[in-house]
Design a protein around this ligand. Sequence first.
Ligand code: URA
Length: 261
Amino acid sequence: MPNYKLKKILSEMRDIGIETVPSSYLSLAGEGKKAQKKSSRDANDAQAASLDNAQESLLASASLEDVKAEYANCMMCPLGHARLNIVFGEGSPNARLMFIGEGPGFTEDHTGRPFIGRSGNLLTKIIQDGMKLKREDVYIANIVKCHPMKDPSSPEKHGNDRPPSPDEVEKCIVILRKQIASIRPEVICTLGAPAAKIMLNNTGGISAVRGKIFDISPLPEEPQYSVKLVPTFHPAYLLRNPPAKKTAWEDIKVVMSLLRL
Ligand code: URA
């Protein structure tokens, strides 16, 4: 059962005065989203669990709108001073699939939307023409939410992109974690080596991780929550190296089979 449905049912039960639920409800949280909550209670004392426990991890996750509002004026790192817009991310709050890129570029900074430049168009094509999904059905985010610029005083300059610094990543990843906690995707597909490295805590290049499926626990405060991660190439790389599109399509097919599409 998707978590948003379970949240609703639990809230309604509380409204009509039900305070405990069968312990099996605890494991329903995340079921079908491959995020089984493994209760450590032994069978004897697990007949009933408080509604508070069942809701705890679900309701502790803020809604995407709340997370967005919380960081609307974010100045946690120097990127906040130069950005034109925060590129929070967009898509379905109940997405089963989340794409994660490295960070916004020029067009994204100017519009506040992720992946809408040339590489974004290719990503949209992959989602729509390849996966037969709508862009609005998935969630698209980045590791950092503001455009990392070589020259922060010139947001209007083209070719002003740079990778985010480790410090910028460390500050900003908190927002991504809250997005993941809220959405609870079944599958994360990282786009490009930097996003894969950061999500996998891995120092190797894309060839070290591509073609594999990883189980990761992206929420340090909730180590029992795990999600499948499939790394693939960044669409910008695919634009520069069209032959790699074939390999990327293999990755996307893996994503689709994990989602049973
Ligand atoms: N590249 C990224 O990694 N993210 C975007 O949003 C756009 C381009």
